[in-house]
Write a protein that binds this ligand. Structure first.
Ligand code: MN
Length: 185
């Protein structure tokens, strides 16, 4: 996937969002979670892979609680520079609303070893991502699993039960995943 969809959805004369440009970060791959006050509040999770940010709209605030599954709807790839973006997307334009940085840091691909190593891009393609996050809010291992439902766009974000896990802190049932609003931008 390229940044074509990202570019098609936006007019860069009208939005403060970064232009579609492919690049790589210097060190470890980066991740960011942006709190997006669009038509419905959601949390955009973005992981660096192959020079872009692979992106999912998480329906509710991500959590360290391993008992909770968060629905994450995969969206178009974003440029790497988007990781630093915060601000207001004007009314009437794609994703209109305020964007705030909720978490940021680097991550490690947990599937890059073993007998069948996979890059992050390959594990996204395969529908099973395992990463170790080094953020300010989120730490430790997470999995992203593609569901059969949702035409392949629906994934589940789940905290692995490691030393960073905080079971029960989300205060929700194990079926905490909810449907996002239609504007998953
Ligand atoms: Mn969004």
């Amino acid at each position: 996937m390229s940044l074509k969809t990202y570019e098609e959805k936006r007019n860069f004369d009208n939005t403060p969002e970064p232009a579609p440009q492919q690049e790589r970060s210097a060190g470890d791959p980066i991740f960011v979670i942006q709190e997006h006050h669009a038509a419905s509040l959601h949390y955009d999770l973005r992981l660096e892979a192959d020079g872009v940010l692979k992106s999912w709209a998480v329906s509710k605030e991500p959590t360290l609680d391993p008992l909770v599954r968060r629905l994450a709807v995969q969206l178009e790839d974003h440029p790497l520079a988007y990781a630093a973006f915060k601000g207001d997307i004007p009314d009437g334009y794609h994703g209109a609303g305020r964007v705030e940085l909720w978490d940021q840091g680097t991550f490690r691909n947990l599937r890059d070893g073993g007998p069948e190593p996979m890059t992050i891009a390959e594990s996204i393609e395969a529908g099973h991502v395992a990463i170790d996050l080094h953020g300010e809010r989120l730490h430790g291992a997470f999995t992203l699993m593609r569901m059969k439902a949702g035409g392949g766009r629906h994934w589940l974000l789940i905290k692995k039960n490691d030393v960073e896990a905080r079971p029960g802190t989300a205060g929700e049932s194990a079926d905490g995943a909810t449907k996002p609003g239609r504007d998953g931008a």
